[in-house]
Ligand binder design. Structure first.
Ligand code: KIV
Length: 272
């Protein structure tokens, strides 16, 4: 017999921890603007991440490094205006928290105050422990991010699977326990072996949300434009495309173009 799931009118950091305790999987997608966030929220997704992947998806940069704090706040403000149910988490962009805990706090406060976001996400473990503690002390909820951390791409040189070596897996497990201990409400695990991800998820009470981390974690996150099939050039193994919007949109735009050229648009009913 299936047990009815609790209906949440508004998702909070507490709801997510409760969902894990009740073995309910958490759904998370990115959004970077009002229109898409409204669709994602209406569809019932639990967490919307205003990811620094906006640097790739919205601005066409090769990495996430160039996006600025002001640009993240701009994207997050549009998302917040659209959302009625989901928890909105915003990435602290590269260069806005690495110097010291005071800078990390200042950047987090700007995000919370100027966009109205509900929480922030930072990439890294023990290296940024003091910054995370400082942000949490100010009452700002923090989501951690371990495994593949795209802001450190030039340190590693590739986007391959992380923590395959024993010493890396050990550090990742220690970092996850530390993030929970200091008060993070959830942890994103990106591109790590499924067995390790499941082990990490079982070792903490807070939800572990995976991307390329297998099915044994507490929730899944994907980049919205990737799962909608708007970018055919990006095809990692972990990505499932739920639509082929690139083809749908291209056909619609070509049709409109043909109609304009052939003077089929607008027709009698479409004018004043
Ligand atoms: O920026 C982003 O989209 C992310 C996800 C890949 C988790 O951090």
């Amino acid at each position: 017999m299936s047990v009815a799931k609790k209906q949440y009118k508004r998702i909070t950091v507490k709801s997510l921890i409760e969902m894990k305790a009740n073995s309910e999987k958490i759904s998370m997608l990115t959004s970077y603007d009002f229109t898409m966030a409204q669709i994602v929220d209406h569809a019932g997704i639990d967490v919307i991440l205003v990811g620094d992947s906006a640097s790739n998806v919205m601005a066409g940069h090769e990495t996430t490094l160039p996006i600025t704090l002001d640009q993240m706040i701009y994207h997050a403000s549009g998302v917040i205006r659209a959302v009625k149910r989901a928890l909105v988490v915003v990435d602290l962009p590269f260069g806005s928290y690495q110097s010291d805990p005071k800078e990390a706090l200042r950047s987090s406060i700007r995000i919370m105050k100027e966009s109205g976001a509900h929480a922030v996400k930072l990439e890294g473990g023990s290296e940024i422990k003091d910054s995370i503690k400082r942000i949490l002390k100010a009452g700002v909820p923090v989501m951690g991010h371990l495994g593949l951390t795209p802001q450190s791409i030039y340190k590693f040189g590739t986007y391959t699977v992380r923590a395959k070596e024993e010493y890396e897996a050990k550090k990742l497990k220690e970092d996850a326990l530390m993030l929970e201990r200091i008060g993070c409400f959830a942890i994103v695990l990106e591109k790590v072996p499924a067995k390790l991800a499941e082990e990490v998820a079982k070792s903490v009470q807070v939800p572990v949300i995976g991307i390329g981390a297998g099915a044994g974690v507490d929730g899944q996150v994907l980049v919205l434009h990737d799962m909608l099939g708007m970018n055919k050039e990006f095809s990692p193994k972990f990505l499932r495309r739920y639509a082929d919007l690139e083809s749908v949109m291209t056909k619609a735009i070509q049709h409109y173009n043909e109609d304009v050229k052939a003077q089929k648009f607008p027709n009698e009913e479409e004018q004043y």
